[in-house]
Design a protein around this ligand. Sequence first.
Ligand SMILES: NC(=O)c1ccc[n+]([C@@H]2O[C@H](COP(=O)([O-])OP(=O)(O)OC[C@H]3O[C@@H](n4cnc5c(N)ncnc54)[C@H](OP(=O)(O)O)[C@@H]3O)[C@@H](O)[C@H]2O)c1
Length: 365
Amino acid sequence: MNDTHFISKAVALALKGKFNTKPGVNVGCVIVKNKKIIGQGFYEKYGGLHAEINAINDVKKRYKTTYLSKLAGSDIYISLEPCSKKGKTGACVNEIKKYDFKRIVIGAKDPTQNGITNLRRAGYEVINLENQQCIALNVSFFHKAKFKKPFIRAKVAMSSDHKSVFTSKQRKWITGIPARNDVQKLRAEADIILTGSGTINEDSPSMNVRAKKIVANKNFVQPARYVFSSDLKLDWTAPFFKLPGHKVVVTSKKNLPKLPQGINNISVMNLGNKNSISPKDFLKKISNLNINNILLEAGPKLLGSFGDCNLIDEYVFYISREKLEDKALYFYGGSKQLNFFDNKLFDIVEEKIIGKDKKIILRKK
Ligand SMILES: NC(=O)c1ccc[n+]([C@@H]2O[C@H](COP(=O)([O-])OP(=O)(O)OC[C@H]3O[C@@H](n4cnc5c(N)ncnc54)[C@H](OP(=O)(O)O)[C@@H]3O)[C@@H](O)[C@H]2O)c1
């Protein structure tokens, strides 16, 4: 049992908080003595106690009066560098420094903190594994820290000939139930779900998270739902507007019209007075907010606008086996002729079968 083994345990714990810590990170921690886990914890909800504090508290709970001697000489494994700045809770390095840990093993550096240096200065042996599993836990957070803008993930359900919009209303779904259930997880991970007026008016969607296992957690918060609409000609009766959760209309108009009863928690993001909203302007504005992850679930027009501006960091494609030919429209309505699958612009980071469909994730190089 080596460092990789115990940091994997920390990752497994971190994943228990998945969907529930937005817009914060997922972090897990185990405390190990004589190759045995004596305490563990994870970040459970945004603003809650950090993983390492929960793990230390777990040791206190398990060993009561002898916890100090248990902690002395133990190794603490944390999937993310502990915080050195006071945030919603105190700085974790100060709590760690109360104990006589032998080694502090970290899964990934946090570019917003100075915990490693701080602990080394205090005389601790600190090992940074830069472990791929730990980095993968918080892709959007690392992206925001590096580029100062949220990670934009586009979800597209399409046919094998890459068509995503039926030309007639006879059919609604392109992919099967397992693929659609998988989309629930993408939504649950997002801080914001973003769509266009075309999708609202054609589909009257909900665009919330309904997966029972996810919404049952008391710490889960629905992502905010944003819609791009320059002229506000929107189907206000859509569940998108009526369901609970924060809604934002991104528009060139200053104010919303008089809305039907039952629409609450809705606001306007005004972006200029043009006929079409600039995705770049939107990103500039949204980057100042505490938001790491946007899920773009839109039709070809909005997807094409974001894609043409090179703003999409990841495409998650759900591809059915059938060809739709002239029964549907190509998924990308931008003016750039992008070849998504030739590995020049994007890396394939995941490829698997879900039910009868294929899921392919392409990430910007
Ligand atoms: N297969 C899938 O995964 C999937 C996912 C989502 C949607 N869809 C399908 O997509 C269809 C709708 O497609 P769509 O392309 O018409 O609608 P869309 O991309 O969802 O929305 C486009 C509308 O957004 C507004 N908009 C504002 N600023 C924009 C900008 N910079 N660029 C582009 N649009 C901007 C425009 O309307 P205003 O005049 O109001 O500004 C525009 O007509 C629906 O039938 C839906 O079923 C499929």
